[in-house]
Design a protein around this ligand. Structure first.
Ligand code: KG4
Ligand code: ZN
Length: 348
């Protein structure tokens, strides 16, 4: 079964074709980074308009790459939520129209389920059940995954998502959007021990997280020390030291929460996904921690950590293969949509 997947929930237009027999056949990705950079963050209206411009040419390019025509597609999947309403509408309208015109089944995909399943695209897919840490620009979730579609949220952030904290902290330090990657690069040159960043929620029981205090700590530290930094080099070092301390605090918090979740759930396999799973410090620390617990950690290949069409085509293909079908022709989106509202695939 060859399924076309469409991702347009935020600032990436991702298109892919996943074949349930032969795996990923082709994928195309357009990032809107250059479009939003001068505004310092994603501008929703600009995002929607760019998805409109890029989605159809990217579908044509993906079909060409796979050497297929529209008639060869057996199903269409798109991200129906969560995400920016206008951006989601572009993928949903296109996906629904294509499914109707081609008379093939359609399925709506939850963006975070796409992230959660992305490690299945790799060479060493994790077996169910597993524990999942989903860390993106909009979410920080610890999820017990019993099987496809059976998700129980064990922990959530009480305020900012981990990626959001990276982005806001980067902005405070004057780094260009998107901040997470830039901050991680800067952190490599810094001393994480120079400032004693707090470890939010570590001493409280449970698996919830909080990251907004770290952003405040960054602002206060930066303002307190920037005047004393007399040269450009000293200022750059100060920024790098703050970036390193911030990153270590986020990573340390996430690792300790994962450790607690492994102990509490008894699940030994940990799947880490979402944009922040590209962070190399987080990868290293989780690798060490899971090894110490006799467990194993799975990351999606780097290209599939951040938003992409392949994870949506995969999630859609698994659901269509199991018999799930979207009924009716309505174009529905769910900008807010909990993972816990999902069910194992099947006819609806
Ligand atoms: O999953 P994603 O591409 O989009 C959402 O669904 O939100 O995640 C984007 C987030 C951004 O906040 C970005 O700053 C963060 O992932 N990110 C990183 C790194 N690469 C991307 N955060 C920390 N370190 C990185 N290397
Ligand atoms: Zn995402």
């Amino acid at each position: 079964m060859k399924v076309l997947g469409i991702e347009s929930s935020c600032d990436e237009t991702g298109i892919a074709i996943y074949d349930t027999e032969n795996g990923l056949l082709a994928e195309q990705l357009h990032s809107q980074i250059a479009l939003h950079a001068r505004h310092g963050g994603v501008v929703p209206e600009l995002a929607s308009r760019d998805h409109v411009r890029k989605a159809v040419p990217l579908i044509q390019a993906t079909l060409k790459q796979a050497d297929l025509g529209l008639k060869d597609l057996d199903g269409i999947a798109w991200t129906a939520g969560p995400g920016l309403a206008g951006a989601l509408l572009v993928g949903a309208s296109l996906g629904q129209s294509l499914a109707w015109a081609l008379d093939v089944p359609a399925v709506e995909v939850h963006h975070m389920e796409g992230h959660l399943l992305a490690p299945l695209l790799g060479d060493d897919p994790p077996p169910f059940p597993f524990l999942s840490l989903l860390v993106s620009g909009g979410h920080s979730l610890l999820v017990a995954v019993r099987e496809l579609g059976d998700y129980r949220i064990l922990g959530d952030t009480l305020d900012d998502a981990a990626g959001e904290a990276f982005d806001k902290t980067a902005k405070l330090l004057g780094l260009p959007y998107p901040g997470g990657k830039a901050l991680a690069e800067l952190a490599k040159k810094g001393d994480p021990g120079r400032f004693a960043f707090p470890r939010p929620m570590i001493n409280r029981p449970g698996l919830d997280m909080s990251f907004s205090g770290l952003k405040t700590f960054t602002r206060v530290t930066w303002e307190k020390h920037r005047q004393a930094a007399s040269s450009e080099a000293e200022r750059e070092q100060l920024k790098a030291d703050i970036a390193a301390g911030f990153q270590e605090a986020v990573v340390d918090t996430l690792v300790r929460k994962c450790q607690r979740a492994i102990k509490q759930s008894g699940l030994k396999s940990l799947v880490v996904a979402g944009g922040v799973s590209a962070n190399s410090a987080l990868r290293q620390r989780l690798q060490t921690m899971t090894q110490q617990h006799g467990g194993q950690v799975y990351f999606p290949p780097l290209a599939w950590c951040t938003d992409n069409g392949a994870m949506i085509a995969l999630a859609g293909a698994l659901r269509l293969q199991a018999g799930e079908r979207k009924t009716g022709q309505a174009i529905d989106i769910r900008p807010r949509w909990s993972l816990e509202d999902l069910h194992p695939p099947g006819p609806v």
